[in-house]
Write a new protein. Structure first.
Length: 480
């Protein structure tokens, strides 16, 4: 076990207070490291550094920023296993397969973002006055405060950082207190790739302490938060008080529709992947499954078999499908959702209890009341609720019976039904023939309702992290 330091202005520094907090492994409970518990002074230090770093980074030509991000991608491709694999497994309880997937996606995100550095397109538009010419240019915002969650601590953080960097912004990162080690390693990698030392800063600590200081700092121009809806609302209100740009990627309660023409076994396999990957600690997990009555009996039989057939072993065993939840509070929340639903009349098809440590058994609830926590709120664990409906219209209505709207999916072979549902479901994304948990570095990821605001991925990200400016010129004196 070792003390680790933060990354401010290219230096590894402790907190001004000298305090540290512990980072433990959810799978074993063992102590991994102590990291600085940052407060107001440290955040101010980091934001001041980032303000200097902004000038250095934005002054680089787009091709130079592109080259730095491509170097970062190559570093992850070549050294990702040594720099990140063990940390991802130990710190976030990822399986080896999930950790490898995050590393591969990180390479993809960095390469995609690199190209965006050259594509900050502006435009011109016609002017009724023939002596005037109008153009619109895009400019970076300045210092972006990046507040990230624990569930995909490398790839989500990369998504939140690479695109604003491509657009010329500098960053202060506040990673989840559960997963600061991955973020520190990522910050170091960006420095190694050539990001100027002040342009990337990582402060470690608690949300209510250094997170709140960061989002309230007057020199922070934009906040990118990925986290729970409650945090998003608090951060959003604080951000609005200073009229900051905000990108808020929040919780979900995504619905998977299984229509009557679907193959029940195939649909059950996909549904299980969509809820049980990483113990359901995925914002887009299909925690609500809405099944047409015609195939409901065969579907739930197949889903039970899928759930009970999952291998849950050592995180470094490639057969292991998922591991522990992040901490005991997360386990308690999941069990509370199950208990409450069952007390109100839901049936447990399978699971509903702890397997060992922080590992919760794959859990399927049948027909929980529509006002239960399990149906309405994000459990963020390996729990899906299944309900039967009479037809497609009812399935769409049930899918829309949610305050969230991050992702949705439809299992059908009928493209008309699929597209009809896709256009009617209120959600940031709808996938046909797949589960709800889909990633693509170019896609506009984001939600409606309590799932947040703004989009990330490809040019959608760089638009979020730039401001447009109208410039007009009087060209009237020129000969025509
Ligand atoms: P969380 O809301 O507890 O914490 C997220 C981050 O916010 C952490 O870094 C935390 O320290 C910080 N924070 C908390 N309170 C704060 C405050 N008052 N001011 C500033 N910062 C504060 O979320 P989590 O438990 O780490 O992550 C899981 C949540 O993230 C789930 O709800 C999940 O759905 C969501 N998520 C959403 C997406 C998406 O793309 N929409 C992706 C991944 C995770």
């Amino acid at each position: 076990m070792q003390n680790r330091n933060m990354l401010i202005g290219g230096e590894a520094v402790p907190a001004a207070s000298g305090s540290y907090f512990e980072v433990t492994a959810p799978a074993t409970g063992s102590l991994l490291a102590q990291v600085p518990r940052a407060g107001a002074t440290d955040v101010d230090h980091a934001v001041r550094a980032a303000s200097i770093g902004f000038d250095a980074w934005y002054r680089l030509r787009p091709a130079e920023r592109e080259a730095v991000l491509l170097r970062a991608a190559e570093l992850v491709a070549n050294e990702g296993q040594t720099r990140f694999l063990d940390t991802l497994i130990d710190e976030s309880g990822s399986t080896i397969t999930k950790a490898r997937g995050e590393i591969a996606y990180t390479v993809d995100l960095l390469r995609t973002a690199a190209g965006e550095a050259r594509r900050l397109y502006g435009e011109t538009f016609p002017n009724d006055d023939p002596h005037r010419m109008s153009m619109v240019i895009r400019e970076p915002l300045g210092v972006v405060g990046v507040v990230s969650p624990y569930n995909a601590p490398l790839s989500l953080l990369t998504k939140m950082c690479a695109f604003p960097l491509a657009a010329g912004n500098s960053l202060v990162i506040k990673p989840s207190e559960e997963t600061p080690l991955t973020a520190l390693a990522f910050g170091r990698l960006l420095l190694d790739a050539g990001v100027p030392s002040e342009a990337i800063n990582v402060v470690t600590g608690y949300g209510s302490e250094c997170g709140a200081e960061l989002i309230n700092h007057p020199a922070v121009r934009c906040i990118a938060l990925t986290g729970s809806t409650n945090t998003g609302i608090a951060v959003g209100q604080a951000g609005l008080s200073r009229m900051r740009r905000m990108q808020l990627e929040l919780g979900g309660k995504s619905a998977l529709l299984v229509l009557k023409d679907a193959d029940p076994k195939q649909a059950a396999k996909i549904a299980a992947q969509g809820i049980f990957t990483h113990s359901g600690q995925i914002c887009m997990a299909n925690s609500r499954i809405v099944v047409e009555r015609d195939i409901y009996p065969s579907f739930i039989d197949a889903l039970k078999a899928e759930a009970e057939g999952l291998y849950l072993g050592d995180l470094r065993d490639e057969r292991t499908v998922y591991g522990p939840l992040i901490n005991s509070r997360a386990v308690e929340k999941v069990l509370e959702h199950v208990r409450e639903a069952v007390a109100a009349g839901a049936e447990i098809l399978t699971g509903g209890e702890v397997l060992n440590g922080l590992v919760v058994k794959p859990t399927i609830l049948l027909d929980p009341p529509r006002d239960s926590l399990a149906w309405r709120e994000e459990s963020f664990g390996p729990v899906a609720s299944v309900v039967a409906v009479d037809d497609l219209e009812e399935a769409i209505a049930v899918a829309n019976d949610s305050d969230y709207g991050l992702s949705a999916a439809v299992m059908t072979n009928n493209i008309q039904w699929g597209l009809h549902a896709a256009r009617r479901i209120a959600s940031g994304a709808v996938h046909i023939g797949m589960h709800t948990f889909q990633s693509n570095a170019l896609a506009p990821i984001g939600g409606v309702g309590l799932s947040g605001m703004g989009r990330s991925g490809g040019h959608y990200s760089t638009e979020e992290f730039t401001e447009v400016k109208w410039i007009s010129v009087d060209v009237g004196s020129l000969p025509r």
